[in-house]
Write a protein that binds this ligand. Structure first.
Ligand SMILES: [Zn+2]
Ligand SMILES: [Zn+2]
Ligand SMILES: [Zn+2]
Length: 300
């Protein structure tokens, strides 16, 4: 700035010749325009603080440069946060706004999950029942009479879908998962034990004419004795067992090659396993009505 001022020296002295003490150079001063203000930088950490001023000479009053902008970066935001706390099942959401520059940021925190404990609860009829209760929200995941066994032995586990007894009659609750081979995508369904508990997830990948079927259990403390995976091309096949094809989990399949033009197939995942319903990851099963409706519509 001094160099600039010296260059303008002749202008200064010509304009205000009577100030003799002024021969060397101007004496620079700033005339600030109002208060500094903050501008967003798009950074989560900082905003910029902007000052505008004119440079003038304190001695002769000449304005050397107008509207000079000074930017002080690295000013930390002054966040003001409003929170919606996470619950057992819903994520928390915070919106923070910088009180200085108005920068906005949305923070999500995952749902905290239930915190279950077994508690003895006296029922209105006077009996005492053990309930697996969330101590935060009161959700009851499971109940058991005090004398009932704790481990479910050799329980049948199937993937989600319509019950076979609703499709072909009979008394078995086992479910089958319909798949339209023309619907490409990755589909996940609950794995249901004894029509009572959700113990894992079945995944059906159907892409480019190939299928991979797999499952994952939500708890380590489960012993699977047998696992079978059978594809049925029709309800008739489900009823009679004819034309059914047993296949492997986790292997690329070309189901269409088994059945010719048949686009709709029924996937039957059946596991036999021992597990403890009180294990973390095991949840009480509630049928998703919308999902069962859309899956049943595939068969109709
Ligand atoms: Zn001057
Ligand atoms: Zn800010
Ligand atoms: Zn809860």
């Amino acid at each position: 700035m001094i160099a600039l001022c010296a260059a303008l020296l002749c202008v200064c002295t010509a304009a205000v010749g009577e100030i003799s003490a002024h021969d060397e150079s101007h004496r620079m001063a700033e005339r600030v325009h109002g208060e500094p203000w903050a501008e967003r930088t798009g950074s989560r950490e900082t905003h910029a603080l902007i000052t505008m001023y004119d440079l003038y000479c304190e001695d002769c009053g000449q304005v050397i440069q107008e509207n000079v902008r000074r930017e002080e970066t690295q000013q930390p935001h002054d966040w003001r946060v409003t929170w919606e706390e996470p619950t057992c099942t819903e994520p928390g959401r915070g919106v923070r706004v910088c009180a200085v520059c108005g920068e906005e940021d949305v923070i999500e925190t995952p749902a905290v999950g239930h915190c279950y404990m077994w508690m003895d609860v006296r029922l209105p009829n006077g009996e005492v029942e053990s309930q697996y209760v969330c101590t935060v929200c009161g959700d009851v995941a499971q109940t058991r009479g005090q004398s009932s066994a704790q481990v479910n032995y050799n329980s049948t586990i199937t993937s989600f879908g319509p019950m076979t007894r609703e499709l072909i009659g009979g008394g078995v609750w086992n479910r089958v998962t319909p798949l339209n081979l023309e619907d490409e995508g990755v589909f996940t369904y609950p794995l249901i034990a004894g029509d009572q508990y959700t113990v894992g997830t079945a995944t059906v990948i159907n892409e480019k004419g190939k299928q991979v079927i797999s499952y994952k259990l939500n708890t380590k403390n489960i012993t699977v004795h047998t696992e079978t995976l059978v594809i049925y091309p029709s309800l008739e096949a489900l009823r009679t067992g004819e034309n059914a094809v047993a296949v492997e989990f986790n292997q690329p399949l070309e189901i269409e090659k088994f059945f010719g033009d048949d686009k709709l197939v029924l996937i039957a995942i059946t596991l036999k396993a021992d597990f403890d319903p009180r294990d973390a990851g095991v949840q009480s099963f509630r049928e998703d009505k919308a999902l069962i409706h859309s899956l049943s519509a595939l068969i109709d």
